[in-house]
Design a protein around this ligand. Structure first.
Ligand code: SF4
Ligand code: SF4
Length: 416
């Protein structure tokens, strides 16, 4: 094992380790469970934690924390996201077709861990094989309902899916638990089953390879940490050795990360590796807004992208927040339909980052002010306590001295 510094899909450089394979490709000792469906909810969460499972839909939030938090919040519904989060990606669809029984087992374990009474699996209605496979697997589990949802991007977004499956609109700045639901991805359910039933840690995930430059698009199970270039080579490489490649993307085309090279590892949140050509990338410079309103019609969150971007360009972040910036789910629909190719979603992501930085700075200032106030109060309290102690000592000394003085005789006390 060697420690190195390596590029991460986020664009940062992070500490990493290089593992040398022994060629055995065998598991170490595992800790399977004989009766997983009778486990205590805390024990399920502990196994999920030990297996290193995070949300495999892309957000990569620690799943054990989410399961425990949902139970504390008393959620009633577990929503399983089988709506592919972006175009070009098909790993969730593939997984539901191939591993439906394992996913349903994982859902039942998650129901137990969260205390929710019902699970609803949302699958886009253009995935009939996945719907059929999941319905067959869930037939013996009355608490698990498979619900087709309209195939409309961004149906895989948490807020959209919750709205369609429950009819409840998430409040601005709210969390799913506020309305009694918790959302997990189908891949996460499968990983939960492997961890709890077989004792297997999360060491691999299903990744979609796609884009006009990919020689053999498809889905591959990839060990975490494998470089994207090794995955592409395994899948047959790029067409024409990559001539015509216009953009490398890790993730989906709307929310994924653009890569300057392929020497980037697959991590738990990597759902896709895309090799796009010029036809798939609108690379021309943007034109001025023609106020066509297409972005407004496309926005699934009911926002006014053109107005928000105008406010952000004028450095009026608070005004952008007033008209809904925090409700933007960064789905990219507005930028996609904009005939002027204005990078609207980049404005919103940048502005949210700016707001988060301002909030962090405010919290730091508040903490520093609070520390200074506490120090001033402590110094004053010390001073006060010292003065009180000195006064007390003085009073005691005077009392002692007074007690030690001989009592006055009548002759000394009365003048002649
Ligand atoms: S889609 Fe583009 S051009 Fe049309 S109103 Fe929105 S920002 Fe302006
Ligand atoms: S990215 Fe654009 S379309 Fe998507 S939610 Fe935000 S403003 Fe609406």
């Amino acid at each position: 094992m060697t420690e190195i510094t390596a590029p991460h899909p986020s664009g940062l450089t992070l500490p990493a380790i290089v593992l040398s394979a022994d060629g055995e490709d065998a598991w170490g000792p595992l800790t399977p469970c004989d009766d997983p469906f009778a486990l205590d909810p805390d024990e399920i969460a502990r196994r999920v934690l030990d297996a290193g499972i995070v949300g495999l839909g892309g957000a990569a939030f620690p799943s054990a924390v989410k399961l425990g938090g949902a139970r504390k919040a008393g959620v009633h519904t577990l929503i399983i996201n089988g709506g592919e989060c972006e175009p070009y990606l098909s790993c969730d669809d593939r997984q539901m077709r191939d591993d439906a029984a394992q996913i349903v087992d994982g859902i039942v374990l998650m129901l137990r861990a969260t205390g929710a009474g019902t699970a609803r699996v949302g699958i886009e209605d253009n995935k009939p094989e996945a719907i059929a496979a999941m319905r067959a697997a869930a037939a013996v589990q009355p608490a698990v309902q498979v619900c087709p949802v309209p195939a409309r991007y961004p149906m895989g977004s948490e807020k959209q899916l919750i709205g369609v499956l429950t009819g409840i609109e998430m409040p601005a700045d709210g969390r799913p638990a506020d309305i009694g639901v918790v959302v997990h991805n189908v891949g996460t359910a499968r990983a939960v089953r492997a961890a709890v039933v077989e004792g297997k840690p999360l060491i691999a995930r299903l990744v979609t390879l796609n884009g006009n430059c990919m020689k053999a698009p498809g889905n591959i199970e990839v060990r975490l940490g494998t470089l994207a270039e090794a995955v592409i080579a395994f899948a047959g490489g790029l067409k024409g050795e990559g001539v015509g490649l216009a953009r490398r993307v890790l993730g989906g085309p709307m929310m994924g990360q653009q890569m300057p090279h392929w020497r980037v590892p697959v991590v738990k949140g990597t759902s896709g590796i895309l090799a796009l050509d010029a036809d798939e990338v609108a690379a021309q410079a943007p034109d001025p807004c023609i106020r066509c309103g297409s972005c407004v019609q496309a926005c699934p969150a009911g926002l006014l992208p053109l107005e928000m971007s105008a406010r952000i360009r004028n450095d009026a972040l608070a005004e952008a927040v007033d008209i809904g910036l925090k409700d933007c789910i960064a789905c990219g629909c507005c930028a996609f339909v904009c005939p002027s190719r204005i990078p609207l979603v980049q404005y919103f992501v940048h502005a949210k980052g700016e707001l988060a930085a301002q909030e962090r700075a405010r919290l730091r200032t508040d903490a520093t002010r609070k520390l200074a106030e506490q120090k001033r109060e402590r110094v004053e309290r010390d001073k006060r306590e010292k003065a009180e102690a000195a006064a007390r000592r003085k009073a005691e000394r005077e009392a002692r001295e007074a007690a030690a003085r001989p009592a006055a005789t009548p002759a000394e006390g009365v003048s002649a």
